[in-house]
Design a binder for this molecule. Structure first.
Ligand code: FUB
Ligand code: ZN
Length: 651
């Protein structure tokens, strides 16, 4: 893995907003919501009530993870100070034997690992470990790493050799342990991650034990609520912090029953069968994506062919039948997860921001594992659409669920009762440079076209290489790459030919090298987006300092159609241009019923509008009865006022 430095263009602005505003805003929200005080109760005996869900610690850790990654990209002493203070708190809050989970430590001291399917103790420990790895990578300081190693060693002692009921309900710890293993080389971390994956789905009486856990969780919660009342009665000055209500989400009929059956069968948490037999994306979509990410990371070490085939099969199923045209996953709000094949209602769509991010993590591990362009293609599509939509333009307001049609009731919120998405976005933006290029020996893959500089160090017997990329994507299609090897050397350069480009010109040092014509076709994907249409453009030659490769991608406006099996999509299209999905937002189209108009396809044209949303390319069009339409990129909707929105329009 090679990290590129993002130097300009589209993504630089988002990264700056992230580093200058989002990361500080999130800290303020964690403070205001009492999440950080939960650690102060343990560390400093602060006399406040513990706030938030039992897994609230994970949000603080994910912030720390994001802060460390932001710091690595843009070192700001103010951020370093915030991190240092928080790390000092963690050190004091941690039990001497490594355990750290404020819910139990505060309310049930001495009780551990009781409701692993529900209370997310291992999920929280996973985010703590990830924060430690990122912090160490960013600063080379050991304070947090000491906390993390102590916690990870606790897990190794408590869980090694244990059976299936000792697997987590929400995957995450597996990724964390594998990341920790990557930087420490300490084998027990790898073994434990592998054990969690291999034991998953083997529990013989899962339904019964899950039911028991739900009862136990309810009892524990009742006890906590009683104590809370007593606490508030004896501390009249204290007001419990009020978290904003989440956004509206519309559920299909029988949503609760489906949730119940999903949970009891184990599908909700991918516990229904062993991982090696899971070939269909199922259940809670963040959990699913984190599991697949971990399995792919594991396969990079073991080289297990069956596991790789299985991953490919599951990915294929997701892309063909269970993914929205935005790249969003998770059709059912009640489950926060997947529905049936082709069940992709745009208004019910949950498409949680974290699920898109999880899928991005998975795609990255898959491309490293297989070198197949389709994974980088989907990674790009999800970045621009399914994930970016979650992040408001000012970095201080977020979307959690991301439907593709909204008749009202959805606005960006500064914070959520479960604020899992904001810091997940921030930590991903901060390492965007990791996804740009990769290298193996004398081969270089360019996955993402983002203005950047990648410095590929000289390993033994290898020639160092600097790649300077200038990209006008996503608005325009020109990209240039200046290659500077430390010595003239033969390199195989693989450039991703995006699935969305109908015509691509490649030139080297000003001379046309290749022209690719590949009209984008409506294939049999449920969503209308088809990553299988991407490929690598491979150029092998001896490169000299200053060699310039230029790419021109045509960005045609595409009218994507859903698969006929997707209900309610007959004669509807979603408009895309380059990697961007577009939508109609009522604020730009006053007086029109977005859900009952008919687009005249011959009128669509791309226009740069400097007055809209800081200057963007919009699509102008007309309805068949001559009314004007303005489409904006989907990722920018809900940035102005509460509105209605639709991605799919009648043709
Ligand atoms: O439960 C932890 C996180 O909160 C999940 O990943 C999200 O889907 C939300 O449920
Ligand atoms: Zn989330």
């Amino acid at each position: 893995m090679t990290s590129a430095q993002i130097t300009g263009g589209f993504w630089r602005d988002w990264l700056d907003t992230n580093a200058r505003h989002a990361i500080y805003h999130q800290w303020e929200q964690l403070e205001a919501s009492g999440c950080i005080d939960n650690f102060r109760i343990l560390a400093e005996a602060k006399d406040v009530w513990r706030e938030g869900w039992f897994f609230a610690d994970s949000d603080a850790y994910k912030w720390l993870d994001a802060a460390a990654r932001v710091y690595a990209e843009q070192p700001d002493p103010a951020l370093a100070a915030l991190m240092d203070d928080f790390i000092a708190l963690l050190k004091k809050a941690q039990d001497s034997d490594g355990y750290l989970f404020t819910y139990n430590q505060i309310h049930f001291p001495g009780t551990r690992w009781v409701n692993l399917q529900i209370e997310h103790e291992l999920y929280c420990h996973g985010h703590l470990i990830e924060a430690g790895v990122s912090h160490y990578e960013a600063t080379a300081k050991s304070e947090l790493m000491q906390v993390v190693r102590l916690a990870a060693d606790r897990l190794v002692s408590d869980f090694s050799g244990k059976s299936a009921i000792y697997t987590p309900g929400h995957e995450e710890i597996e990724i964390a342990l594998l990341r920790l293993h990557r930087i420490t080389g300490h084998r027990p971390y790898f073994d434990l991650a592998q054990q969690f994956i291999q034991q998953r789905g083997r529990s013989v009486c899962l339904a019964l034990s899950t039911l028991k856990q739900y009862i136990s969780v309810a009892k524990r919660d009742k006890f906590v609520q009683k104590r809370k009342q007593q606490y508030l009665d004896t501390h009249p000055g204290q007001v419990s912090s009020k978290l904003p209500p989440g956004n509206f989400s519309k559920n299909p009929a029988n949503a609760n029953l489906r949730w119940f059956l999903n949970v009891l069968s184990g599908k909700y948490a991918q516990q229904h069968t062993v991982v090696r037999k899971q070939k269909v994306p199922i259940g809670h979509s963040v959990r699913f994506a984190y599991l697949e990410t971990a399995v792919a990371m594991l396969a990079q070490v073991t080289g297990d062919i069956r596991s790789i085939k299985n991953l490919e099969c599951t990915w294929d199923h997701m892309v063909r039948r269970r993914m929205y045209v935005t790249g969003g996953i998770g059709a059912l709000p009640s489950l926060e997860g997947f529905g049936r094949d082709y069940e992709l209602d745009p208004e019910y769509a949950y498409a949680e921001t974290c699920a898109a991010l999880g899928s991005i993590f998975w795609n990255w591990e898959m491309v490293l594992l297989t070198d197949k362009a389709k994974y980088s293609d989907l990674l790009e599509w999800q970045l621009y659409n399914a994930a970016l939509v979650g992040f408001g333009m000012d970095g201080r307001a977020y979307l959690y669920n991301n439907p593709l049609a909204c008749r009202g009731g959805i606005t960006r919120r500064p914070w959520y009762a479960v604020p899992c998405c904001p810091s997940n976005l921030s930590r991903t933006w901060a390492i965007l440079g990791n996804y740009v290029v990769s290298r193996k020996d004398q081969e270089l893959w360019v996955h993402q076209y983002i203005s950047s500089i990648s410095r590929l160090d000289t390993a033994s017997n290898q020639v160092g290489l600097t790649v300077e990329m200038q990209s006008r994507l996503p608005w325009e299609g020109s990209v240039s790459l200046k290659l500077t090897p430390s010595d003239s050397a033969s390199y195989k350069l693989h450039l991703r030919h995006p699935s969305w480009s109908a015509r691509t010109l490649v030139s080297i040092n000003g001379e046309l090298h290749q022209e690719i014509n590949s009209p984008v076709i409506n294939s049999d994907m449920a969503s209308g987006y088809d990553p299988y249409q991407s490929s690598w453009i491979t150029i092998e030659r001896s490169w000299s300092a200053g060699d310039l490769v230029e790419l021109v991608f045509e960005l045609p406006i595409q009218l994507r159609r859903a698969h006929p099996k997707v209900k309610g999509h007959k004669d509807k299209v979603a408009l895309t241009r380059g990697p961007l999905v577009y939508c109609l937002e009522s604020i730009d189209n006053p007086g029109l019923n977005l859900f009952n108009l008919h687009l005249d396809p011959s009128t669509i044209q791309a226009v740069f509008d400097e007055t809209l949303l800081n200057g963007i390319w919009v699509l102008h069009a007309r309805t068949i009865d001559g009314q004007s339409l303005i489409f904006i990129p989907y990722h920018l909707w809900a940035n102005r006022a509460e509105s209605q929105m639709t991605v799919w329009v009648n043709l």
